[in-house]
Ligand binder design. Structure first.
Ligand SMILES: *Cc1c(COP(=O)(O)O)cnc(C)c1O
Length: 490
């Protein structure tokens, strides 16, 4: 299988795609073969979770050796549940809990695997340089990436976060990170300043050193997308095991969506044969994807709204580009045109056939702040299930769609964060008092719900702060250059 850019003929192997992240023309790497792929999905859903992971990953990323060993290293002992993604019944629906990893966020599923893929690709290609990962974060990605890459041989990682722009728990998660090959630095500015700074550092420093290869861990990397396909199959296996569906029955998935990676992985699973019914794209008040799926017009010219589900506060969803490519039959010229319009005017419109292909599979809904907090309360009162604000957006959208007579198959809601990552919002949803700092809010939540606080979060209260660097945004390139000049980290 050969990967190519969504915007031109540029192509490479899957290993190179993982190492590069983004194609040189600005496009995303994709394997057009996924559109007509032979895959024994019936066998896949009969396997154990680990075996299923190996089968899915070695199909999507064929030129990696020893995928079994890589999967073992990525997931062994890192998740607090026997299962990476347990399926929990909730009323007449199900929740797929993706937050049992080392940082209690769904990003752990992919960011546990990505370092293994990067090291393996580096070895296969005989690269001697250290792969230095640069990441700008608004909170969750930084910690999950640090947890994935710390002490992985041949790699180093630097995370930049906006000073004062992340929650106290998120800051503590990052500045207390141990590991010889990690650095965390606050930037006097906002998230956009961090992201712009990282891009400038890439442009200025790529190829400057013989000893270091710069790379990125953000979600456009195919090495982050592929591991997310696994849990659609294992969710289906768990429904079969429970006897709640028969082999071949369709299942709908409701996905709290930001950058469109999680839900796109569901589309991959469908292309690979899994009986996926509807894929429901759930948004918060930033409802650009809702409008797009309903009208074919992607219009990013609108105010950015801060919500209690911050990981979905996004106006330009990067991974949508891969869906456009697949839905228009792999026409890279078309995709390139739409992306150019988006860059120039902030808006584009897809043709009728492409829109129909998208609407044949995807539904969309969105919800405002008030009803997502009410939904946290409703799910708690009715089902005694505690969900985080992102998951609540998905539940709220599902309820609306059911009222319209949609989603008639078994429905799985993907849960992307532990409620303890957002204790204040969850407390206000269930009518508790959200006084005190986030640690006392966690205790309060635990007292009400009896759901234990994940150790990685409760342990932060006593953890030692190790990374106290703070820089101006103009200093970011210089900061990275100094690391490169000493030959990388660790
Ligand atoms: C990243 C994230 C999302 C959005 O996932 P995408 O793949 O970007 O669509 C939703 N919820 C949480 C908690 C996240 O961290």
């Amino acid at each position: 299988m050969l990967y190519k850019s969504t915007r031109s003929d540029l192509n490479c192997s899957s290993a190179e795609a993982v190492l590069k992240g983004l194609a040189a023309d600005g496009g995303l790497y994709i394997d057009p073969a996924v559109m007509s792929m032979e895959f024994d999905w019936e066998r896949c859903v009969s396997l154990s979770e680990r075996e299923c992971a190996v089968m899915v990953l070695s199909t999507l990323l064929p030129d990696f050796e020893d995928m079994e060993g890589l999967v073992e290293k990525a997931y062994s002992g890192k998740f607090d549940n026997e299962c990476i993604a347990p399926l929990v019944p909730c009323g007449e629906d199900y929740v797929l809990e993706l937050f049992h990893g080392p940082t209690s966020a769904f990003k752990d599923v992919a960011l546990s695997m990505l370092p293994q893929l990067i090291t393996s690709a580096r070895n296969n290609l005989g690269m001697e340089q250290q792969v230095l990962i640069l990441t700008a974060t608004s909170g969750d990605t930084g910690k999950a990436a640090l947890e994935g890459f710390h002490d992985v041989p041949g790699t180093g990682i630097v995370v930049f976060y906006p000073e004062g722009g992340v929650s106290p728990v998120q800051r503590a998660q990052m500045v207390c990170q141990q590991g010889a090959n990690v650095k965390v630095c606050a930037v006097r500015g906002n998230f956009d300043d961090c992201q712009r700074g990282v891009k400038e550092a890439f442009a200025a420093l790529s190829g400057e050193s013989e000893k270091v290869h710069l790379s990125s861990a953000n979600s456009i990397n195919i090495g982050r997308l592929a591991p997310q396909v696994i849990y659609y199959f294992t969710a289906y296996s768990q429904l079969l095991e429970r006897g709640d569906i028969e082999l071949g029955d369709k299942v709908d998935f409701v996905v709290p969506t930001g950058n469109f990676g999680d839900i796109l992985a569901g589309y991959y699973a469908k292309l690979m044969g899994l009986p996926v019914g509807r894929l429901v794209c759930a948004s918060n008040a930033n409802n650009v994807l809702y409008d797009f799926i309903n009208t074919g017009v992607y219009d990013a010219r609108r105010p950015f709204i801060r919500t209690s589900s911050p990981s979905m506060d996004i106006l330009v969803s990067s991974n949508l580009e891969r869906l456009l490519f697949l839905a228009c039959g792999g026409d890279d010229e078309k995709v390139k045109g739409w992306m150019a319009e988006l860059k120039k005017d902030g808006v584009y419109k897809v043709d009728k056939a492409t829109l129909e292909n998208i609407q044949a599979v995807f539904s969309a809904g969105y919800t405002d702040e008030k009803s997502s907090l009410e939904t946290i309360g409703r799910i708690w009162n009715e089902e005694k299930y505690l969900c985080d604000p992102h998951t609540a957006v998905a539940f709220s959208v599902l309820e609306e769609l059911k009222k319209e007579g949609l989603c008639k198959n078994k429905c799985v809601v993907l849960s992307t964060a532990s409620p303890y990552k957002f204790p204040a919002a969850v407390l206000s949803g269930i009518g508790g008092s959200s006084e005190g700092d986030e640690f006392s809010q966690m205790d309060e939540l635990c007292a009400i719900s009896s759901v234990p606080v994940p150790k990685n979060l409760s342990g932060l209260k006593e953890a030692k702060e190790l990374h106290l660097d703070v820089i101006d945004k103009e200093e970011l390139t210089g900061y990275v250059r100094a690391i490169i000049q000493q030959g990388g980290l660790g």
